[in-house]
Every structure is written in C-alpha cells, then in structure tokens.
Design a protein around this ligand. Structure first.
Ligand code: ADP
Ligand code: ADP
Length: 231
C-alpha cells in the first residue's frame, strides 16, 4: 500500500534559493527508488524533507496516514522510528566501539533489557556484514566498513523505510558494489529503500524505479529506469 505521498512540494532556502519546485510522487511499501540528478539538483533536500531535517515551503508530505508537516514532537518521534537514515557524512562516537555505536540507537521500548539490546544490535551488525568488527573503534575502520556501521544503525529498529544519501560516495568500485548489494538485501527483506546516488553503472545494471531531478524539478519518474533516459 501507499507509504509516502508528496504533493506540490516546493522548498525555498534562505536567500531565495529554490531547491525544489512543485514535486509530486508517491511510493509504495517495499519499493526500491533511486533519486538521481546532477550535484545541486535537489536530491539531498528531497531526502531531508522526508526525514524532517528540513521542512517544505509549500505542499504536503504524507507518510502512512500522517501529514508530516502537521505533527507534534511525539508524532515526529514515532515517525522517525519508522525511518532509518544513512547520511552522506556519518557521525559516529569515534572513540567508542562499533557495537556501542549501534547499541545506543536501539529504541528503549518497554522491557527492552540489556540482553535484548545485545541481540538486536548483533542482529543488525550481522545483516550489515560487520559483526566481526564489533569490538573495534569506528575510526579504526575503512570507509566502507564505517558505512556498514551506519547501515546497521539505520536498520537496528527495523524501520519500514530506509533513506540513504549517496552511500557509495568516496568508495572504490568494489566496496561500492558491496554496499549496494547490502541495500538490495535490505529491500528484499521488505524494507522500502530510497537512495540518492551518482552510481550510473548500478542504476543501469540493477533496474529499479528512478526519480530524476534537474534544477529542483522532477523531470522523470520511471519504473526500471536507467541513469539516462536515452542510454
Ligand atoms: P544558518 O545561517 O541559520 O545556520 P543556513 O540556512 O545559512 O542557516 O545554513 C544551514 C546549513 O546549511 C549550514 O550548515 C550551511 O553550511 C548549509 N548551507 C548553507 N547554504 C548552503 C548551500 N548553498 N548548499 C548547501 N548547504 C548550504
Ligand atoms: P543535491 O543533493 O542534488 O546536490 P541539494 O539538495 O544539496 O542538491 O541542493 C539543492 C540546491 O539547494 C543547491 O542550489 C544548494 O546549493 C541549495 N541548498 C542546499 N542546502 C541549502 C541550505 N541549507 N541553504 C541554502 N541553500 C541550500
């Protein structure tokens, strides 16, 4: 069923910078969606509106049955529990272990004792393929391994949606492929994935839905789309 509905959404930053213009689309549970476009096209802004780091200037965004622009703090908290976010720059407790960085993100649901936190953390680290580095400090890991920790953190509360902003930026092609495979695996487990990317090879090889932005305008919304409309 329909999970996200974006209607007539525009975003104007301070200084009259229009980052998004009249955006319309909806996303169903379980979809995998690439968000593509040149640098400055509005990809990050669109993702930030979905995870509420920014608010739209006009238009509406509905997640499930909730209009996210009309929610209070408690509802925002509930909404964020449904979302896992992998940011462009990962912020870690760099002196803490991989395990601790993920464990602190486990929601304090009623009755979640230490052993349950441990089980859920190990589970997420296992899915992300980084369980064997549990005890290491995050700043001792490679960029690709750090990305896996960020992904473990994003999935540890079993969100229905994972949003990732250029998760393969700064990775060599081998590491990038591994990270992409991980997102496809997460998607195959039923999680909706929305990913901004510049990885044209991947978008052309693993065909999924493509939302293409140009100068803040949604110029293409295509199932099984490639990186360019006319490859
Ligand atoms: P403030 O001045 O109140 O901090 P701004 O909107 O100027 O608010 O900036 C908010 C954040 O966005 C800052 O971290 C800033 O570095 C960043 N930022 C500002 N302008 C741009 C831009 N053109 N592109 C990307 N990021 C920007
Ligand atoms: P992309 O992710 O596709 O590179 P962004 O969403 O980061 O694009 O940026 C879209 C436009 O909005 C750019 O012109 C950028 O400079 C501007 N922008 C992004 N963040 C801010 C900000 N906080 N303040 C002002 N302008 C911003």
């Amino acid at each position: 069923h329909q999970l996200i509905d974006v209607r007539k959404v525009s975003k104007i930053y301070k200084g009259n910078i229009q980052a998004l213009k009249n955006i319309n689309f909806s996303i169903e549970q379980g979809e995998f969606v690439y968000v593509i476009g040149a640098s400055g096209a509005g990809k990050s802004t669109l993702l930030k509106l979905l995870y509420r780091e920014e608010e739209q200037t006009s238009g509406s965004i509905k997640m499930g049955n909730t209009f996210v622009d009309r929610i209070n703090h408690k509802q925002l908290y509930l909404l964020r529990r449904q979302l896992g976010v992998v940011m462009q720059k990962d912020l870690f407790l760099s002196q803490r272990s991989v395990f601790e960085n993920v464990a602190v993100c486990v929601e304090a649901v009623s009755g979640a004792n230490d052993s349950e936190v441990t089980v859920r953390t190990k589970d997420a680290l296992d899915v992300a393929g980084i369980l064997n580095k549990s005890g290491r400090k995050v700043n001792e890991l490679s960029i690709g391994q750090q990305k896996r920790v960020a992904i473990a953190r994003a999935i540890v509360n079993h969100p229905s949606i994972v949003i990732a902003d250029e998760p393969t930026a700064n990775l060599d092609s081998k590491a990038a492929l591994e990270i992409m495979k991980l997102f496809f695996k997460i998607n195959s487990m039923g999680t909706t994935v929305i990913m901004a990317t510049h990885d044209s090879t991947m978008v052309n090889t693993v065909r999924e839905r493509v939302l293409e932005l140009r100068h803040g305008v949604l110029i293409r919304d295509e199932q099984d789309g490639g990186y360019t409309r006319y490859p």
